[in-house]
Design a protein around this ligand. Structure first.
Ligand SMILES: Nc1ncnc2c1ncn2[C@@H]1O[C@H](COP(=O)(O)OP(=O)(O)OP(=O)(O)O)[C@@H](O)[C@H]1O
Ligand SMILES: [Mg+2]
Ligand SMILES: [Zn+2]
Length: 458
């Protein structure tokens, strides 16, 4: 077989070079050249018969006549996983699951593969572990299936051949960074390999109408390509997140062509693998000490799901040097802003205070709607006055110390009521339709000052 030709294309300016270079000679950017297959030069079908054959492959359909129910999602036993996928596994979809090393990607996918195997033949391709290692993991997790096939292979040509012969109903690839196309000279895991292989899997997913799951390692930009370079190729991107020393794992959708993004599934990691946490708010609040100062309840919305989380803060006098600000689970800039507002608008002087903020459960909160709970926790710790145990807090804090309305308020309030809280502090400007949560008293406040007055015990 003739060696396929490749050249190097700059990802910044699009210029092509015959050889790899560290710097693009045209736009002077560094590390932007990526090996790419040279187009064979043929301009496609030219004879009328060939063109007819091309057209016959597909026909434009009138929108009104397209059958949208034509795909049947496969439901997995773990609802948390279905939720992140937008309601189950979609046939013909290419799903990328990224995550830090050792976070539990292989574990999750092996569990999913066994579940999927109850619906059809599943093929788990591993380039990272031997079949024995995978078997050992399955034994440890206590799962097995006679319709789950393990293939340890990294050569794409061989993989495609196996898929052709076996025609699996589900395909799992662990990981996209270990498979390679022979046509490309770059090492497995390089941008060109990762993209080239993912494009092949996308073709198979669409051609055979089977779901394909790709595992990807999250890596810094550089020689090894992380899942980021694949995000536009695949249909769905999920990230498995969590801290290694916490048992909780969040599976978050950052892109989904078949469902809401930012949806989270919550799992707990143990020696028998990942199990779903169906009532996360309860779990996150389980260890709360009701009358301790420096603790408040935030109501955040992740995707479509409301979550109650405990925010803890500790203000303590700086022993030497500059006061420290430590944010765990909340954005540092957000924390600095809140501290500045507390200082200037509420009159809490914290120039000589170290401030630590922690979100319980290892959750990362990015929403401004939890500002008020963070501010309240800090003020509570500083003043050594606990927050009423029956109150939750919702609201964005503005620079003037005003409280700003937030989205999804009704979803949040329902969750607050469901978990047995009696009151919820909300911004006075909130647009509220009739909410049918009678047990919940809404405390409408215009400013951070008013909110603290309502929430802190005297
Ligand atoms: N023998 C064991 N008993 C209990 N837990 C284990 C055991 N072996 C591994 N684990 C857990 O499984 C986790 C590793 O899971 P897994 O191999 O699925 O991660 P991964 O994301 O695929 O990692 P990698 O990036 O190395 O592929 C470990 O962090 C550990 O918590
Ligand atoms: Mg793994
Ligand atoms: Zn360039």
């Amino acid at each position: 077989m003739a060696k396929t030709k490749t050249h190097y294309v700059c990802q910044e300016c699009g210029s092509t070079q015959p050889k790899w270079m560290g710097q693009c000679p045209d736009c002077r950017e560094w590390n932007t050249l990526v090996e790419t297959l040279v187009n064979s030069g043929k301009t496609g079908a030219t004879s009328p018969a060939a063109r007819q054959a091309l057209v016959a492959r597909n026909t434009p359909q009138v929108l009104t006549e397209i059958d949208a129910d034509s795909y049947q999602r496969t439901l997995l036993p773990m609802d948390e996983f279905n939720r992140v996928l937008g309601g189950g596994v979609v046939p013909g979809s290419l799903v990328l699951i990224g995550g830090d090393p050792g976070i539990g990607k292989s574990t999750l996918l092996l569990q999913m593969s066994v579940s999927l195997a109850t619906e059809g033949k599943a093929l788990y391709i591993s380039g990272e572990e031997s079949a024995q290692q995978i078997k050992l993991r399955a034994n440890r997790l206590g799962i097995s299936s006679d319709r789950l096939f393990i293939l340890t292979e990294t050569n794409m040509t061989a993989i495609l051949e196996h898929i052709q012969q076996m025609s699996p109903d589900f395909l799992i690839v662990d990981s996209i960074q270990t498979v390679y196309l022979e046509e490309l000279q770059s090492a497995a895991g390089s941008v060109s390999q990762v993209r080239g292989c993912a494009a092949r899997f996308q073709e198979i997913a669409k051609r055979d109408n089977i779901p394909i799951f790709l595992i990807g390692h999250v890596t810094k930009t550089g020689v090894i390509a992380g899942p980021r370079v694949l995000e536009h190729i695949v249909d769905t991107v999920l990230y498995l997140e969590g801290e290694r020393f916490h048992a909780y794992r969040l599976l978050r959708s950052v892109k989904n062509r078949f469902g809401a993004t930012n949806e989270v599934g919550i799992f707990e990691m143990s020696d028998i693998g990942l199990s779903e946490v169906a009532n996360p708010s309860e779990v996150f609040l389980a260890e709360r000490l009701p009358n301790a100062s420096g603790s408040s309840i935030a109501v955040t919305v992740e995707g479509t799901r409301p979550l109650l989380v405990e925010i803890q803060a500790l203000a303590s006098t700086t022993s030497f040097g500059n006061p420290r600000r430590t944010a765990n689970g909340v954005d540092m800039n957000r924390l600095l802003l809140i501290v500045a507002v507390l200082t200037r608008r509420v009159g809490i002087r914290m120039g000589d205070q170290d401030i630590f903020v922690n979100v319980i459960g290892g959750l990362q909160i990015s929403e401004p709607a939890s500002d008020l709970a963070v501010a309240t926790a800090i003020a509570s710790s500083f003043r050594n006055r606990p927050v009423s145990a029956d109150i939750a807090l919702v609201g964005e804090v503005g620079l003037s110390g005003e409280l700003r309305a937030v989205g999804h308020l009704e979803t949040r309030l329902k969750e607050v009521a469901k978990l047995g809280f009696k009151r919820c502090v909300v911004p006075a400007s909130s647009q509220l339709k009739q909410i049918k949560t009678p047990p919940l008293e809404l405390v409408k406040t215009r400013s951070l000052n008013e909110a603290l007055e309502a929430a802190l015990i005297h």
